[in-house]
Write a protein that binds this ligand. Structure first.
Ligand code: MG
Length: 472
């Protein structure tokens, strides 16, 4: 199976404001109302390029600063003549689905996803429901910095209205895309940890309607995130793991991040299932269902996903890191499935964005129809060992270091991909060396069949990058 070309990627100059997942920072420090207002003004001005009436959907996760950031941002939009529909608190994928449902011209999500409670952020969304990427964001950023805002006349400023049907519409859309009867018949027991985030207004209700026996944890929306930080890491899910073990039998656990676009699973024996395993087991199912097709993921994803996709007759396309890039490429190439290794799964039959609730429903469907437990399904995915490390590197040395690393690898005759950073393919695994977009570091990921080889590769290539940095 040949890989498709990646030559069409053009991320351009990295924006200064927007990272791979929008703008984020500490509330009232980096993420201030002034910044939110400025982004609202710039986004509204940019949207004005199209002549039609502009309708923008806005929603948020549960953070304490949600109203402060949201209304500052909305004020900017209204000032440029955009109308705003405020959807309140809802999962990011529910808002993204609503954009298509209401035929809106754009959307924005006030969220810092999995970041600590002190953070907040803004993600801008296209009419397709996909988060915006580099080129458009650079234009918006240029408007922001030049302050060339297109203020509306006093009689043309926008109006704000409220619509809270987004979660309902989203739940119905998910239910219509799974075998409801099969799940209801299996009557799975699910412990859901909503992390006090946006998933609290959706996941327990969806599970109930799917006919599950539901145990809800941290299902009160609370922006202080009193239970644990809203990142579904193993160390944050002790309560969920204990609860799954207490329930016993075939009960599984599910955890969302703060804006519920990701889902992490706990198998019936209380084991934490890493996101790459979930991605692989759903990928196997989607490729089989479609009798082949294209699967898209970021270059950092585990080989276990490629293994199962190829085994089922599918094709793999790697992209730069960042779920909006994966989603855009999926749409462009008509992929049947895609996602990231962090529990962010993208189902084109519903929409082109990471979707925590859809991932949950699909896993329950796969379990119900196969008659297998989650542990059994996960065991069908090969296991690899990933080691992550980093090396300090001053900003001004990053590009030269990367180029030197690439040329040295080429001299050694090692196969290398430069989709994002430099990924070397070795006989016993792979290593990805990638400069961080925001910090003065190189991240080094190494993967092999066993932990010892993975660690050795990590040490070897860490030293190599350190040597290059010292020489430059
Ligand atoms: Mg998220």
């Amino acid at each position: 199976m040949t890989r498709r070309s990646n030559k069409n990627f053009d991320r351009g100059k990295m924006p200064k404001l927007f990272g791979t997942d929008g703008v984020r920072g500490v509330t009232n420090k980096d993420m201030s109302p002034e910044l939110a207002l400025g982004i609202g003004l710039a986004f509204g001005t940019w949207l004005k390029k199209s002549n039609k009436k502009r309708k923008v959907l806005v929603g948020s996760d549960t953070r304490t600063s949600r109203d402060m950031i949201k209304f500052a941002f909305c004020s900017g939009l209204l000032s440029t003549g955009c109308d705003v529909i405020d959807q309140g608190v809802l999962p990011s994928p529910a808002l993204q689905y609503s954009i298509k449902h209401l035929k809106a011209d754009a959307g924005a999500i006030i969220t810092a996803s999995h970041n600590p409670p002190s953070f907040n952020g803004i993600k801008l969304v296209e009419p397709t429901g996909i988060e915006m990427i580099s080129r458009d964001l650079e234009e918006i950023e240029a408007i922001y910095f030049k302050k060339c805002f297109a203020f509306a006349g006093w009689d043309e400023v926008g109006k704000i209205s409220r619509w809270e049907g987004g979660t309902r519409v989203y739940i119905d859309a998910i239910k219509s895309r799974v075998d409801l009867e099969a799940i209801r018949k299996a009557k799975p027991k699910v412990v859901i940890d909503c992390a006090n985030g946006a998933g609290a207004v959706c996941a327990p209700y969806l599970l109930q309607e799917l006919g599950c026996e539901v145990v809800s944890l941290n299902a009160q929306p609370d922006g202080l995130f009193p239970c644990h930080e809203p990142e579904p890491l193993k160390e944050n899910l002790k309560e969920l793991i204990n609860q799954v073990r207490t329930q016993g039998g075939t009960a599984i656990g599910v955890a969302h991040d703060g804006d519920a676009d990701r889902a992490i699973f706990i198998t019936e024996d209380g084991s934490y299932l890493y996101g790459d395993k979930t991605l692989a087991l759903v990928a196997a199912h989607e490729i089989k269902k479609n009798k082949g097709g294209l699967f898209v993921t970021a270059v950092s994803s585990s080989t276990c996903v490629e293994d199962v996709v190829k085994k089922k007759g599918g094709e793999v396309l790697y992209t730069p890191i960042g779920s909006p890039v994966v989603a855009h490429e999926m749409l462009r190439q008509k992929a049947v499935f895609g996602g990231e290794e962090n529990g962010g799964l993208i189902f084109p039959e519903l929409q082109y964005c990471r979707d925590g609730a859809m991932a949950m429903a699909r896993i329950l469907e796969i379990m119900a129809k196969s008659g297998k437990s989650l542990k059994e399904l996960a065991a069908e995915v090969p296991t690899y060992s990933l080691t992550k490390t980093k090396v300090h590197c001053p900003q001004e040395k990053k590009e030269k270091t990367k180029q030197r690393f690439i040329s040295e690898m080429k001299k050694e005759g090692v196969p290398i991909q430069t989709i994002d950073g430099a990924k070397v393919q070795l006989k016993d695994g792979w290593v990805l060396v990638r400069p961080s977009g925001t910090e003065p570091i190189f991240r080094i990921f190494s993967e092999a069949k066993d932990p010892e080889t993975s660690r050795k590769l990590s040490q070897k290539y860490k030293s190599k990058v350190e040597e290059i940095i010292a020489e430059i």
